[in-house]
Structures are given as structure tokens and as C-alpha cells.
Design a protein around this ligand. Structure first.
Ligand code: ADP
Length: 319
């Protein structure tokens, strides 16, 4: 049996199926991002994983033990499993150090002290240990919340869109710090987000959730290069439908711009997107609008351009 597993878990709210026959197996120390749009069932899944919500069917196991939900357990939730949301609850009248130490009150004093020291250091919070939460930035507060959750060495850490209240720079910085921290501590982590970019930064393994079901799981590279559906393909970049070839698509970065060739179009618009110089090209055949990359910024609005691609980059996708 794997370290953490969900078997055929389902949950309906009234007539809304939030999660349907969901199964997952993780080994100790695994990192997984679950990516899905709002309403795809991410929060429902995490609450079931944490033993905080009753599923209608299916089982959750952690380290050989069945996770009981609130219906079957006097005190809901587990110390071994920590769930972190965007609205982290820190004690306003306790310092950073006291907040992190609080879950350790029942532990041996020396152990608690060493553990708090370690977390303050790993998360770069040593200089802030005597401050109160209101004296910290959003990113720093989120770090304290994570340190607090990690203080009792949880077997499983569940992160539910924990960066939603932070700006992009803060999020990227926190993600790179957390990645190092989780690797060092060997924590098993499940991160749920609607933001593929955040998921790619934190983990190599992705599970794409749609309408409460897994639609594809694999490494980020596998999913980007071999998406099984249009939905998964479009998470990574826009895709262009190849004229006269039903269900065949090509990514902008795999289209070459030539002054001679087979597919002719006219540049309608050009956008500078930092990592990508996007051209909108209207195809002569069929009239579709393609998005392509012009890394050398050679083409201008109104230019004629021929588009070319390698057959092995073509993606045949179902709806
Ligand atoms: P996500 O976290 O991906 O946004 P949720 O798990 O919150 O998704 O919701 C999944 C589906 O279940 C949505 O259609 C949502 O409207 C519905 N839902 C969630 N919680 C409740 C609830 N308490 N009562 C009724 N419907 C709910």
C-alpha cells in the first residue's frame, strides 16, 4: 500500500457532484500539485484528505491507517495532516516565535525550542521572531503560518491556494523558499491551485482536475508535450488549429516564420509579452487567427508571412 492514498472518493452537495470516483497514490516525500479551475473540486478534495469533510463514498489512507471523517471521529481532523488556506489564522497577540511554538506546547521543552529555532532559520524569520503578526508583510505572515503548521512535523501538508493574497514577486520568492524547505524536511506535500505557473514552480508532478475528476496526471513536461485534451493543452499555452486537419493543433512556439512556404497569412497584431513576442496571424486558407512567436521581432502588422511546423510537434487532441 502506498503512503497516502484515496480510493474511489466521491462527494456530492445536493445535486452538485463536487468530486467523482477520485483515486490517488502518493509515496512519502512526494510533491504533487492539483491544478483546476474554480469550482473543479479542489477544496472539497483537500478537506476530505484532511478528515474535515465527510465523503459519500471511498476511502482515504495515510501510512496504513484509515482517515476517519467528522462523522466517525469525536474531534475532527488529524495532527499528522495540516491544511493551510490563504486566510491563515495567526494569534494576533503572540509573537512570531510564540505562534510557531504554540502547537509544540505538549512536546518536550528542549525539542520544542530546537524545532522553533530550525524553522525560524529555514524560513528566514529569525530577524522577525519578536514581532507581532500585524508588523509583518502578507508573505511573512504566510511563512509564519506555514512554519506553525510544520512545527509538529506533519506527515502530510495540504496547501489550498495559500498564495492568493500575495503579489507575484512575493509568491515566486515564497515558492522557491518553500521548495527548498520541503525537500530538506522530506515533507509530503499536496498543493492545490488554479494557477499552473505557481504549480510548475513548486512541483514537477501535476494532476489536472476538471469537474471533480482527474483528466490527466504526469510530469509537467509530459503534460505539456503530450496533452490528451484541449483543456490540458491550453493550460500551457494558446494552441492553433491546423486548417483541414480535424483535432490537430500546434503550439505558437513550434511554429516557424518563413518568407516562403505553404501556409500563408497576414500579421494582424503584434504584442510584446516579455518571454514571448506574440504575433496574431490571419490565415489565408480558412481565415483562422493563429498566435505565433516571433522571437527576433522581424514581422510587423500588415506583413505577409508563411508558417511552417514539424509534424512531430503536432498534437492530436480530443475536446
Ligand atoms: P474549488 O476548490 O476547486 O473551487 P470546491 O471544492 O470548492 O471547488 O467546489 C466544487 C463544487 O462543489 C462547486 O460546484 C461548488 O459550487 C460546489 N460546492 C462546494 N461547497 C459546497 C457547499 N457547501 N454546498 C453546495 N455546493 C458546494
Amino acid at each position: 500500500m502506498s503512503y497516502f492514498s484515496l480510493r474511489q472518493v466521491s462527494k456530492t452537495y445536493g445535486h452538485t457532484a463536487a468530486v467523482t470516483n477520485f483515486s490517488l497514490e502518493l509515496e512519502k516525500g512526494d510533491f504533487l500539485s492539483i491544478v483546476g479551475a474554480s469550482g473543479s473540486g479542489k477544496s472539497t478534495l483537500l478537506k476530505i484528505m484532511a478528515g474535515l469533510l465527510v465523503q459519500d463514498a471511498g476511502e482515504v489512507h495515510l501510512d496504513g491507517e484509515l482517515i476517519l471523517n467528522p462523522k466517525h471521529k469525536l474531534v475532527s481532523g488529524y495532527d499528522e495532516i495540516k491544511l493551510i488556506h490563504q486566510d491563515y489564522h495567526l494569534f494576533p497577540n503572540s509573537t512570531v516565535e510564540e505562534n510557531i511554538a504554540r502547537p509544540l506546547l505538549h512536546f518536550e521543552k528542549d525539542y520544542g525550542k530546537v524545532r522553533v529555532e530550525t524553522l525560524l532559520k529555514l524560513l528566514g524569520l529569525r530577524d522577525f521572531k519578536d514581532r507581532y503578526p500585524r508588523q509583518l508583510s502578507g508573505g511573512q505572515q504566510q511563512k509564519v503560518a506555514i512554519a506553525k503548521a510544520l512545527s509538529v512535523e506533519p506527515d502530510l501538508l495540504l496547501l489550498d491556494e495559500p498564495f492568493s493574497s500575495l503579489d507575484t514577486i512575493q509568491t515566486h520568492q515564497l515558492i522557491s523558499e518553500l521548495k527548498e524547505l520541503f525537500l530538506e524536511l522530506g515533507t509530503t506535500v499536496i498543493f492545490v491551485t488554479h494557477d499552473l505557473d505557481d504549480a510548475l514552480r513548486l512541483t514537477d508532478n501535476l494532476l489536472i482536475l476538471q469537474n471533480g475528476k482527474t483528466i490527466q496526471m504526469g510530469t509537467s513536461q509530459e503534460l505539456c508535450e503530450n496533452p490528451k485534451s484541449k483543456y490540458v493543452a491550453q493550460l500551457f499555452s494558446p494552441i492553433n488549429l491546423i486548417p483541414d486537419r480535424f483535432n490537430s493543433y500546434i503550439r505558437p512556439s513550434n511554429v516557424k516564420l518563413r518568407s516562403k512556404g505553404s501556409i500563408l497569412g497576414h500579421v494582424e497584431d503584434s504584442r510584446f509579452l516579455v518571454h514571448f513576442n506574440s504575433l496574431q496571424v490571419r490565415l489565408k486558407n480558412g481565415g483562422d487567427l493563429w498566435e505565433v512567436d516571433d522571437p527576433l521581432r522581424k514581422f510587423k502588422i500588415g506583413d505577409r508571412v508563411y508558417l511552417q511546423f514539424d509534424e512531430d510537434k503536432v498534437m492530436v487532441l480530443k475536446k
